[in-house]
Design a protein around this ligand. Structure first.
Ligand code: FAD
Length: 539
């Protein structure tokens, strides 16, 4: 069983000491994205002893590369999947309530250029709204052309017949993952980033734990656990293949990755606080232009990929598609020169079918939980918005298979995450700043360099990255490298890759001060600069 604390000690030495000290854990979770962090928090909050191991950093995989929408999935409604939409709308409300500093409502406008579009899409969106019931974030409205232009001042006006406005939510995905990991620690879990699992411990065909490597020291950690959860997103098949007898053939893959590209341009392309949704592009896809943290995100694509890499690169056709379609709906078409950052995420799409004798359960929604003969629990698919419900499903399967005693009900539906504050927050569409720290802002102000700004948002002048924020990232948010800070604690890499590269030296210097002489500042800075170069380079 775990012990809970209000202010979690997340120093690496403390977490490693705990990981070494315990003889056996109730659950070892592999993977620190939305899914793994959600499972760790749910299990720890029920009172189980939990160790989470992440190979790179919390949300370094798909979970920092979402379109940042907390949504019910209008698309599934069009497919008649009412149950799925209703559940996602429920989860949307839960997330907005439990993390108001990181997730907020966002109004979307669908401009119409044909007489029938307003009515056709408007009725569907009214149903979407009705399904949300008392959790609705605002009424769906039919808009005149003038109102559409008011909400989307840069929308193409030629041929505009009006629009429809509806509500969903948006969030900071990477900060939410880090916050979930920290909240799990506050509930008694131990979480370690930069600690890949390299093998599974097996005995008589059953999984009894994992072997992990501390990437900073090379130390091998042997972790015994009653239950092992494989929550590694597009990498689940690698882990499933560690779970086989010597000489046995590879297991068939259950994941078919599909990549999604986002381009980030200045706020001037879409000023205001409304997102633009194109429900059907020239080739039948959906395109979003979303105001986020002082910039505009354009995306996304859906391109199958055979290779699974941490930093996939976009295809030229994907970039051309996004720029071309955005240009059809915005008065000023964005060009390649306008792109401040390009990032690519891999969707873990689950292949239908059974897994070679494993007990599979394709749930009536997008995610899959699968328990192998060995007891290895694999969870993948789904979306960020429903991470909490996915975690509850995983725990249910562990109880059903007697991997864990059914001792308690889940409590995360009403569990505010660290920093959640009742004060009305600054909109997520505005440049990043101290407001993202919610009720922990006093903790931030107590650190050296609270008024020493490394980066101010160029359009608003808002202080967006301070020396104290970098220190906070190390002391409280488990950042261990320049990339951990500039990609996932601050989102500068995703907003403006060239500016992020310019800040790498200053961040490396503060990290040296925080982490001591063992920290290789030069290597960390160089690695990050190479990554930033990738994020600013279009094919
Ligand atoms: C382009 C795109 C846009 C999206 N937009 C949205 C959106 O707007 N809203 C929404 O709700 N959802 C969205 N999604 C879906 C959502 O982002 C994913 O469903 C979710 O992030 C998946 O999380 P995960 O934890 O399963 O996987 P990941 O985030 O990939 O986490 C898996 C983790 O496992 C780690 N790992 C791998 N191997 C090992 C190992 N051996 N040992 C330890 N750790 C390991 C990886 O480093 C990684 O961090 C989007 C997805 C994509 C691709």
């Amino acid at each position: 069983m775990s012990t809970k604390s209000a202010t979690p000690d997340t120093t690496r030495a403390h977490l490693l000491a705990q990981a070494r000290a315990r003889r056996e854990w109730d659950i070892a979770v592999i993977g620190g994205g939305a899914t793994g962090c959600g499972v760790a928090l749910d299990a720890a909050a029920r009172g189980f002893s939990v160790l989470l191991l992440e190979a790179v950093d919390f949300s370094a995989g798909t979970s920092s590369r979402a379109t940042k929408l907390v949504h019910g999935g209008v698309r599934y409604l069009a497919q008649g999947n009412v149950a799925l939409v209703r559940e996602a709308l429920h989860e949307r409300a839960t997330l907005l309530a439990n993390a108001p500093h990181l997730a907020q409502p966002l109004a979307f406008v669908m401009p119409g250029y044909h007489w029938w579009e307003r009515g056709f899409y408007g009725i569907g969106l009214k149903m979407y709204d009705a399904l949300a019931g008392w959790r609705s974030l605002g009424d769906t409205e039919f808009l005149s052309s003038a109102k559409t232009r008011e909400f989307l001042p840069t929308v193409r006006t030629n041929g505009l017949c009006g629009g429809v406005k509806y509500w969903d939510g948006q969030f900071d995905d990477a900060r939410l993952a880090v916050t979930l990991a920290r909240t799990a620690v506050a509930q008694g879990a131990v979480v370690l980033n930069h600690c890949p699992v390299t093998a599974l411990l097996r005995e008589d065909g059953k999984v009894k734990g994992v072997v992990a490597r501390d990437d900073e020291t090379g130390e091998t950690l042997k972790i015994a656990a009653k239950c092992v959860v494989n929550a590694t997103g597009v990498w689940v098949d690698d882990l499933r293949n560690m779970d086989r007898d010597k000489g046995a053939p590879d297991k068939p893959d259950i994941v078919a990755p599909s990549q999604g590209v986002h381009l980030v341009v200045d706020r001037a392309f879409l000023p205001g606080t409304h997102a633009l949704l194109v429900p059907k592009t020239g080739d039948g896809r959906v395109l979003f232009a979303v105001p986020w943290l002082g910039k505009t995100i354009l995306g996304t694509t859906d391109t199958p990929r055979d290779d699974v890499v941490l930093e996939p690169t976009p295809f030229v056709e994907e970039v051309e598609f996004i720029l071309r379609e955005a240009g059809r709906y915005l008065e000023r078409a964005p060009t390649r020169q306008d792109v401040r950052s390009v990032w690519v995420g891999l969707r873990p799409l689950v292949k239908p079918g059974d897994d070679d004798g494993d007990d599979t359960k394709q749930l009536s929604r997008e995610h899959t939980v699968l328990v192998g003969h060995s007891g290895l629990v694999t969870v993948t698919g789904g979306k960020w918005t429903t991470y909490r419900a996915m975690a509850e499903d995983v725990l249910e399967r562990c109880f059903d298979r007697h991997l864990l005693p059914r001792i308690a009900k889940g409590v995360t539906a009403r569990l505010p995450l660290l920093g959640a504050s009742k004060r009305k927050g600054v909109s997520m569409t505005q440049a990043p700043g101290e407001h993202l720290y919610g009720s922990e802002v006093a903790l931030l102000h107590a650190l050296p360099g609270a008024t020493h700004w490394l980066w101010r948002d160029s359009e608003s002048g808002q202080g967006s990255l301070s020396e104290a924020m970098v220190r906070f990232a190390v002391r409280h948010e488990m950042a261990r490298s320049v990339e951990d800070v500039l990609a996932r604690r601050s989102r500068l890499l995703f907003l403006d890759a060239a500016e992020a590269a310019r800040q790498a030296g200053a961040v490396a210097a503060i990290l040296t001060d925080e982490l001591g002489p063992g920290f290789d500042a030069v290597a960390s800075q160089r690695r990050f600069e190479a990554l930033a170069q990738q994020y600013r380079t279009l094919p």
